[in-house]
Design a protein around this ligand. Structure first.
Ligand code: 8YV
Length: 328
C-alpha cells in the first residue's frame, strides 16, 4: 500500500505539518477549491483521511463520494458536523479532541459570567466614550452566594463548576447522570425546570444532538428569573436564538453571553449582535495558543493512528473497529 493521502481543512504550523508529512501525502485546504459542498465532494474522492474542522460538514453524500476515506479527525471536541451513523455505515472512524480544551473553555465561561455580573463591556464602552461616571450604570452584582446552574456536567461543565465554587457560588446541575462524583459533592442535582427557576446564571455544556437542539427555547426562558443571565459556550443550536433575542429585547431575562450562535458567522443584520444586554463572542472558547496546539497534536495523533491501522486515542464510533454495541 502506498502513502495515504490526507486532506487538511486546518493549516497546521510547520512542526505539526512535518509530523503528517512524515507518513502521508497532503492536499492542503484550498488546493482543490473551497469548503462548499461541490468542491468538497470532488476534493475528497481519492483521500484516505481528513484533518477536519468542526465547520466542515460530513454527511451521507460526502461519505458516498469518498470511497477510500478511513478517518475524519476533527480539530475540536464537538462532532455535530459529522453524521456519525453514516460514517459508521461507511466504515469511517470519527475522532475528536476531548479533555485538552476543557480548561480554556471553562476559563472563558467564568470570564463571561464575570463580564455579565460586573457589566464589563458596558463599563469599558463608557470609559472609551469619556464617561468616567461612577453611577448606577456600572453597578453589578457579586458572584458569592449566587447560584450557577450548569446544564451538562461533563468535562467542561465540571471544570466550570470547580472554578465557580472558588468564587463562592452555589452550584446546581442538570445532567443525564445524577451523581456528580465525590470530587464535586458540592454540586446539587436539580430537575431541568427547577434549575432554570433557581439559577442566577445558567451555563450550557451539552453536545448538540436531536435531544438538545433548541433545548433553551421560549418555555425554558420563561422559567428563568428576570434577573438571571444565560451563558453559552457549547453550540449555538442548543438555544432557540429567535426566542432568546425576543426574551432579551423584552428584558424577560437580564442578559446573555454567547460564544456560539445558531449560524456562524452570523448575518450582519442578526438582531442578537445589536442587543445591549447580549455579549457575543466569535467562537473563541478554545482559542489559546497552548490549547489550540494541544488540540491539533491530538487530532494528528488520531489521524495517524487510524491511517496506520491502530486504534486512535479519541474515537467517537468504536463500533467500526469492535462491531455493533450489544443491545442493552
Ligand atoms: C472549535 C469547538 O473546534 O472543540 C470544539 O468543539 O467548537 C472549537 O474548539 C475550534 O474553533 C476549531 O475549529
Amino acid at each position: 500500500m502506498g502513502r495515504p493521502l490526507v486532506y487538511l481543512a486546518v493549516p497546521p504550523p510547520a512542526d505539526v505539518l512535518a509530523r503528517i508529512e512524515a507518513d502521508c501525502d497532503i492536499v492542503k485546504f484550498g488546493e482543490r477549491g473551497g469548503p462548499a459542498k461541490p468542491d468538497l465532494l470532488s476534493a475528497l474522492s481519492d483521500v484516505d483521511g481528513v484533518l477536519a474542522t468542526t465547520r466542515v460538514p460530513f454527511d451521507e453524500e460526502v461519505f458516498a463520494a469518498a470511497p477510500g476515506l478511513r478517518v475524519v479527525s476533527n480539530f475540536g471536541v464537538g462532532y455535530d458536523n459529522v453524521d456519525v451513523p453514516a460514517a459508521t455505515r461507511h466504515g469511517v472512524l470519527v475522532c475528536n479532541t476531548p479533555g485538552v480544551l476543557s480548561d480554556a473553555v471553562a476559563d472563558l465561561t467564568l470570564g463571561m459570567v464575570i463580564a455579565l455580573a460586573r457589566r464589563l463591556v458596558q463599563s469599558a464602552n463608557l470609559a472609551r466614550e469619556g464617561q468616567w461616571v461612577r453611577g448606577m450604570a456600572q453597578v453589578g452584582s457579586d458572584l458569592k452566594g449566587k447560584t450557577l446552574g450548569v446544564i451538562g456536567l461533563g468535562r467542561i461543565g465540571r471544570a466550570v463548576a470547580l472554578r465557580a465554587r472558588v468564587f463562592g457560588m452555589e452550584i446546581v446541575f442538570h445532567d443525564q447522570f445524577r451523581d456528580p462524583g465525590s470530587d464535586l459533592e458540592f454540586c446539587r442535582f436539580a430537575e431541568f425546570d427547577d434549575l432554570l427557576r433557581e439559577a442566577d446564571f445558567v451555563t450550557l455544556h451539552v453536545n448538540l444532538s436531536d435531544e438538545t437542539r433548541k433545548l433553551i427555547g421560549a418555555r425554558a426562558l420563561s422559567l428563568m428569573k428576570p434577573t438571571a443571565f444565560l451563558i453559552n459556550t457549547s453550540r449555538g443550536g442548543v438555544i432557540d436564538q429567535a426566542a432568546l433575542s425576543e426574551a432579551l429585547r423584552e428584558n424577560k431575562i437580564a442578559g446573555a453571553a454567547l460564544d456560539v450562535l445558531e449560524r456562524e458567522p452570523p448575518d450582519a443584520g442578526d438582531p442578537i449582535l445589536q442587543l445591549p444586554n447580549a455579549l457575543v463572542l466569535p467562537h473563541i472558547g478554545s482559542a489559546t495558543r497552548e490549547t489550540r496546539l494541544a488540540m491539533l497534536n491530538l487530532a494528528v495523533d488520531n489521524l495517524l493512528a487510524a491511517l496506520r491501522g491502530a486504534r486512535p486515542p479519541c474515537l467517537v464510533n468504536p463500533e467500526v473497529l469492535d462491531g455493533p454495541k450489544p443491545a442493552s
